[in-house]
Write a protein that binds this ligand. Structure first.
Ligand code: ATP
Ligand code: MG
Length: 171
């Protein structure tokens, strides 16, 4: 399913473990102001994207900005791992509060590939085991995502599928 026909007004959750390629995908398929990244907001509120105890402040700020965008009817992409159902529930609730369709693009890549990418980039202050656990949590909960309230869930399962994906906007 390489074609991703996005509703013009949607809250798009990019879902995937660290190193799955969310930020790369976002930069390729969306405009810079459409993408709200948890790393970016962590950096804004704390001075570094790696300050893990800044998560609450970072997500409060991210959700505040996302709400302002949705009020204006602007498609908004959330670039955060969102591998846990509790994290995704907040996104679905936000979309519903603004009468916007919640949709998800899931980067479900092999664990070995994620771990290799993690080691290669070396800019993340946690171990490859953390990435592996995120991927396990995603796999465990992926099939329930439709029931969580996402209107569409597009799942990309290999680098080839990610590479082939193309995003359009449908009115
Ligand atoms: P994080 O959650 O840690 O921010 P992320 O999901 O945003 O991770 P990226 O930063 O986009 O992941 O990519 C992680 C690494 O994988 C980077 O080194 C990037 O260059 C590489 N990468 C991303 N997409 C691809 C791809 N399609 N092919 C090869 N390498 C890729
Ligand atoms: Mg990223």
């Amino acid at each position: 399913q390489p074609h991703i026909p996005l509703p013009e007004l949607a809250l798009v959750a990019l879902v995937g473990a660290s190193s799955s390629g969310k930020s790369t995908f976002a930069a390729r398929h969306f405009g810079p102001h459409e993408v709200l990244s948890s790393d970016h907001f962590r950096a804004l509120v704390s001075g570094s994207e790696h300050t893990l105890d800044a998560n609450a402040a970072a997500f409060d700020s991210l959700f505040y900005v996302a709400a302002k965008r949705l009020e204006r009817g602007l498609l908004t992409v959330i670039d955060a791992t969102s591998v846990r159902p509790d994290d995704r529930r907040r996104l679905v609730d936000l979309a519903r509060a603004h009468d916007v369709l919640p949709v998800a693009i899931v980067l479900d890549l092999p664990r070995g590939l994620l771990e290799a990418r993690h080691e290669a980039r070396g800019d993340r202050p946690f171990s490859a085991a953390v990435v592996g656990r995120q991927q396990t949590e995603l796999r465990r909960t992926l099939r329930g995502m439709g029931k969580e309230g996402f209107r569409h869930v597009w799942t990309l399962r290999s680098p080839e599928e990610v590479e082939a994906a193309w995003v359009t906007r449908v009115p």
